[in-house]
Design a protein around this ligand. Structure first.
Ligand code: F6R
Length: 256
């Protein structure tokens, strides 16, 4: 594994064969958000019917704000886009203000011209969660897979809610959230008891089969885990490290 400098703050990390990871170091969250939004907009401009894999969390909020601006300015049209979100908490309905369905409506879908019927988030209150996981994988397949998958990264290296584990979980599945994830999420809930302990998450296969992956990470506290994910050994103990085997990954980070 080695890094070559391209231009400015862009580096390419080469792993095996032709596979490369492009890492862009930005100086501010605004710059990170702008670059990420530009890449997503370029995807949609190039293919109006794009299937976008989307993420929640604090990191993509600025990216979504930029996309809203671009949509309002007529620069990007979401009318034919399908979105497929990574994950949802088990037990939260879509109208709970901490559910990921609520987040997506509030931070993006309510403000752009996407057809809500074409937006997909796992149903965390499905009577049969295992059946919901199967439905979600079938949906991804029916849509022809994901064109561009946006990812954040947890401090423990999780992508979606694929937590550090002994294996890479292939399919959409129900997951017990790790202690660090529960702690990190606690800031959004009134008490520890209210913080969901389980989620439904897209598996590693759908992420790895996305044609392009865009991973964004913001803040000095994400520096170590990005280093492990990009340059460390590929291991399910750092789920994001699997991206070293993906042929088209762009990482945009700001560690300021
Ligand atoms: C959210 C998700 C998570 C977050 C990650 C980083 O849909 O899948 O993997 O991307 O926990 O969260 P933030 O951006 O809040 O640091």
């Amino acid at each position: 594994m080695w890094q070559t400098k391209n231009t400015g703050n862009e580096y390419t990390t080469k792993s095996k064969g032709e596979k490369t990871m492009k890492v862009i170091y930005t100086k501010s969250y605004a710059e990170l958000s702008e670059k990420a939004a530009e890449l997503i907009a370029a995807q949609v401009q190039g293919k109006a019917e794009s299937v976008l894999g989307l993420a929640t969390g604090s990191t993509p909020i600025g990216t979504y704000e930029k996309l809203i601006e671009m949509n309002k300015a007529g620069k990007v049209d979401f009318s034919k886009v399908t979105s497929i979100n990574l994950d949802e908490y088990v037990g939260l309905t879509g109208d709970h203000d901490q559910s990921y369905r609520y987040f997506m409506n509030d931070k993006l879908f309510n403000h752009v011209n996407i057809n809500k019927e074409n937006t997909n988030v796992p149903n965390g209150v499905a009577a049969d969660i295992e059946a919901e996981c199967k439905r979600y994988d079938a949906l991804i397949e029916e849509k022809g897979g994901i064109d561009l998958q946006l990812l954040g990264i947890g401090h423990n290296g999780h992508i979606g809610f694929n937590e550090p584990c002994d294996i890479f979980e292939k399919n959409t599945h129900r997951v017990q959230l790790g202690e660090t994830t529960i702690q990190a999420n606690a800031r959004f809930f009134g008490s520890m008891d209210e913080v969901p302990k389980e989620a439904v998450t897209m598996g590693i296969q759908a992420i790895m089969m996305a044609k392009k992956v865009l991973l964004i990470a913001n803040g000095p506290d994400k520096k170590d885990i990005i280093e492990k994910a990009v340059n460390g050994p590929v291991t399910p103990q750092v789920p994001a490290s699997i991206l070293q085997f993906h042929p088209d990954v762009t990482v945009i980070c700001c560690f300021e």
